[in-house]
Design a protein around this ligand. Structure first.
Ligand SMILES: [Zn+2]
Length: 469
């Protein structure tokens, strides 16, 4: 059997989706400079300084003519402040929010081939911590607001840029804080954020994902208690055995399949260019108003990602028990991490877990409060420009709505009633995802294409008269 990538390329060729050269404008030097500056400011939770990065952006915006009053650096912690800037428009329509986070996950020098906090261009790639998550987007949005201002662009709505802290963890999530403490500063008709990127395989561009929904993160603490005793005289009732038996029942359980507007559209569009026609047929059958159960079963077996898109998942991630080698365990505990479909209640999931564990001696407790967020509607106002620009820049590439199995700061905005769309326009090899990993990198060409994509998208979303994509 020919390898999948060869098959994909063959099909791509058949569908006329050869290796593409996007008709981008020039490579915006402002974007590269901003990118380099941000990568070289360590913004990790442990030793980094997000405020320094926010101030670096502020300095470039004011140098480009943004009034001081429209550029702010604010936040609850001196190392974790956020940048919020406003590009004023005619006010014909409500503002849009352009969001990216400035913090990055940890990176240890000894794990990398080069210093993670030195911007390196090599072999057609930009290397550095945050090159894909999420400083390419922060640089692109900033450089584009500067370019638009210098071109004298008059938007028909305000453009709000928010570059924030602690998306990756830490105690000072900037979006949550801004929503709670400075809502008027970021209030918008909708937001453009990270979370949806371009998928490539062997250099062939396939899909441009628009993330419009995300699953809800929820941990549960499972625990059994027991009187314990001397391990030389064991009894049947054992805290570890009871928990293990419950976990085995959980391992055999699957939540029911349930699709929403976003995941139905995802499978429907993905079915359009599958080499495996059986898989394509299953995708279409799963995307029906009532998903075909056999098709859904085959899809779930085909890929953990497809499975995670179609149902709530709960999996044991940590286990512990006992207090001494020679004593019967008095306590055993486990963490079960769930990713809950939007619209499903965490309490209902907890009740289901209790049913499945089928042993009331196993307590099931919430760990932290879930942060559910409603899917964002796939409105023509947002989807049409994305589709026409994608078509113009990357002919043959399919725009696919997606639901993240992981979380972004979009959850705070959606929860606050601001629909959010993850659309980075940043293409990367789907088999070489380095976000949160070592030697994180982004293609030089792909970076500048993303900058151009955002330039066209911002103009299209803020122009009453539709400009050419
Ligand atoms: Zn991120």
């Amino acid at each position: 059997m020919r390898s999948l990538s060869a098959l994909v390329v063959a099909v791509a060729a058949a569908f006329g989706v050869g290796p593409l050269v996007a008709q981008s404008g020039q490579n915006d030097p402002r974007a590269r400079e901003m990118f380099k500056e941000l990568i070289e400011i360590n913004t990790t939770d442990s030793v980094g300084d997000v405020t320094r990065a926010a101030e670096a952006v502020a300095a470039r915006l004011t140098a480009a003519g943004f009034p001081d009053a429209d550029v702010q650096v604010l936040g609850p912690n001196p190392r974790k402040r956020n940048l919020v800037a406003r590009y004023r428009g005619s006010g014909t329509r409500r503002p849009i929010l352009l969001l990216a986070h400035l913090d990055v996950v940890e990176a240890r020098r000894e794990d990398w081939s080069a210093d993670p906090f030195t911007f390196l261009e090599k072999d057609g790639f930009f290397y550095g911590r945050g090159t894909t998550d999420d400083k390419a987007m922060a640089s692109s949005l900033t450089a584009n607001l500067i370019r638009l201002r210098q071109e004298g662009f008059r938007p028909d709505r305000d453009l709000i840029l928010a570059l924030t802290a602690d998306e990756e963890g830490g105690s000072f999530n900037g979006v949550d804080w801004l929503v709670k403490n400075h809502r008027p500063l970021i209030d918008a008709a909708f937001a453009i954020n990270e979370g949806g990127s371009g998928q490539m395989k062997n250099g062939t561009y396939l899909t441009n994902e628009v993330q419009a929904s995300e699953k809800v993160y929820q941990d549960f603490r499972l625990e059994t208690k027991n009187a314990g005793g001397h391990s030389s005289r064991p009894v049947k009732d054992n805290a570890i055995y009871r928990l293990a038996a419950g976990l085995s029942r959980l391992a055999a359980f699957e939540f029911p399949v349930e699709l929403n507007e976003v995941t139905r559209a995802y499978f429907d569009r993905m079915s359009g260019f599958q080499a495996d026609l059986k898989l394509a047929a299953d995708m279409r059958a799963a995307a029906r108003p009532t998903p075909d159960p056999e098709s859904a079963k085959r899809l779930a077996a085909a890929s953990p990602y497809y499975n995670a898109l179609m149902r709530t998942t709960c999996v044991a991630t940590m286990l512990g028990g006992g207090h001494a080698l020679n004593a019967l365990p008095q306590t055993a505990g486990a963490n079960v991490n769930c990713r809950i479909l939007p619209g499903q209640s965490p309490s209902a999931v907890r009740r289901k877990l209790i049913d499945v564990l089928a042993d009331l001696a196993i307590s099931v407790a919430f760990v932290d409060e879930a942060k559910p967020s409603p899917p964002s509607p796939l409105t023509p106002e947002v989807m049409r420009p994305i589709e026409s620009i994608t078509k113009a820049m990357w002919p043959g590439v399919v725009v696919v709505p997606s639901m993240s199995t992981g979380a972004t700061d979009g959850l705070y905005l959606r929860k606050a009633g601001i629909p959010t769309y993850g659309v980075e326009g940043l293409f990367g090899d789907m088999d070489d995802v380095r976000a949160h990993g070592k030697d994180e990198r982004v293609g030089v060409r792909q970076f500048f294409e993303a900058v151009e994509f955002h330039y066209r998208l911002i103009k299209a979303l803020a122009s009453t008269t539709t400009t050419s994509p």
